[in-house]
Design a protein around this ligand. Structure first.
Ligand SMILES: [Zn+2]
Length: 345
């Protein structure tokens, strides 16, 4: 098979297209022909070894947001047969510990990720355990499923499990042009919230309005948190969903209403931020870390995708040979929506 391989950490040029032997499924595994794989920020972090935060096992085939068709089922696999169209969950938790049993798989002591410590989907073929295969509705294409997968699961967990959003509340979704920001905005609107989105450029703000955002603000403008306050008559937002981190943190905190909840799932602009602890307790703010989501939430995300509630925005689909270019574009932040690779091209 053709696969993109990371043999040493570095820039996008570290990703090389190679010809490898086809993998064969062991007992309990299936072999999937990849129809589409999304390019994620985490792929770039793994490649560059940012902060040594992810102990990638090199050499590695990156990529963890995969949809495709089962081509071979290993011994004992009963849930799927060859021909099944699936989203391939990236989670390698144990499935038995107290965290896994309540849907907090990312807290599992044995937690692992496809595309980090297991070979991923920047390839024509990928292996996955049977319990990671989620059959797609007939109307859901591979590109839509790969584009939705991890970002909608992450956003769903943030909006509903962590922020506990209720209808009628006001939400600030930071960076609407990114996967998680756009997904959080869509889910919050579906849940009956009033949604304010931020964008890094005027062009991205215009795209967000085309997609139905009621209010947009530019988070590249100094003091933009005050604009969010003005949009809420000075009250602030009940929930904020952020993954930009360092560059947006102070203004997002400023934009929170008393008792507001800020849920953070990333730090794409940097990891350090200052916090006034008197402000924190005086306004009774909650700042909540979030990572990943549960299998039950993934089922719900795929159901909403099939029902047409979730409409992932796809910026571009590139051939496997352009994986390095795809990651470079993601890092330059010029995209709006998801960048995908199609290993069939
Ligand atoms: Zn576990």
């Amino acid at each position: 098979m053709r696969a993109v391989v990371l043999r040493r950490h570095g820039g996008p040029e570290s990703l090389t297209l190679e010809e490898l032997p086809d993998p064969r499924p062991a007992a309990g595994q299936a072999l999937i022909r990849v129809g589409a794989v999304a390019v994620n920020r985490l792929d770039c972090w793994v490649r560059a070894d940012v902060g040594h935060a992810y102990e990638a096992r090199l050499p590695l085939i990156p990529g963890y947001d995969v949809a495709g068709e089962v081509v071979e089922a290993g011994a004992g696999v009963e849930a799927v047969q060859p021909g099944a169209r699936v989203y391939v969950h990236y989670d390698y938790s144990c499935g038995r510990c107290r965290h896994c049993l309540v849907g907090d798989e990312s807290l599992c002591a044995d937690y692992g990720l496809m595309g980090v410590d297991h070979d991923g989907g920047y390839a024509e073929l990928v292996l996955a355990p049977e319990r990671n295969l989620f059959v797609l509705d007939d109307g859901v294409g591979f590109e839509a499923a790969a584009a939705a997968g991890s970002v909608y699961l992450t956003a769903y967990h943030m909006v509903f499990a962590k922020a506990r959003l209720r209808a009628g509340e006001t939400v600030l979704a930071v960076a609407a042009g990114s996967g998680v920001g756009g997904a959080a905005a869509q889910l919050a609107r579906w849940a009956g919230a009033r949604v304010i989105v931020s964008a890094g450029t005027a062009a991205k703000a215009a795209r967000a309005r085309e997609l139905g955002a009621e209010h947009t603000v530019l988070h590249s403008r100094p003091g933009w948190g005050a604009e969010v306050l003005a949009l809420t008559d000075g009250r602030g937002v009940d929930c904020a969903i952020d993954h930009v981190g360092q560059a947006t943190f102070a203004e997002v905190v400023r934009a929170l209403a008393g008792g507001g909840r800020l849920v953070i799932c990333g730090a794409s602009s940097g990891a350090q931020a200052g916090l006034d602890l008197i402000d924190l307790f005086a306004r009774q703010l909650a700042i909540i870390g979030s990572s990943d989501g549960s299998r039950a939430e993934l089922l719900e995300v795929l159901r909403l995708l099939g029902a047409g509630v979730i409409k992932p925005v796809i910026d571009d689909v590139l051939p496997l040979a352009q994986a390095a270019e795809a990651q470079a574009r993601l890092e330059q932040r010029e995209h709006f929506g998801r960048i995908l690779l199609d290993p069939r091209s």
